[in-house]
Design a protein around this ligand. Sequence first.
Ligand code: FES
Length: 104
Amino acid sequence: MSEKSWFFAFKEEDLAEGSMDIARVKVTPVLPINKSGTIYSLYGKCKHKGCRISKGSFSDEYTLVCAGHAWEYDIRSGEDLGDEDESLEIYENKVEDGEIFVLL
Ligand code: FES
């Protein structure tokens, strides 16, 4: 197994409070989300049929609903909140000098 490293994902100034976007880090789609002053970084494609999860919306503070077929995920843990056991990977991240890095 290869060792993880920090990779640049996004500029903090481009991720306003309450927003999310998609970044390709190496070959991995990563979804950085700015929620209540915390940055969360999750895998960027829905585990159901692969829709871009950044097209989804929030049903409450931390529940992200996929625009495809309404699967729900907790952005704090990536946990699938439905009947499936298909959580999104969540990546450790850090902000340095206004840049968001993820550990992959
Ligand atoms: S692709 Fe996300 S719920 Fe179907």
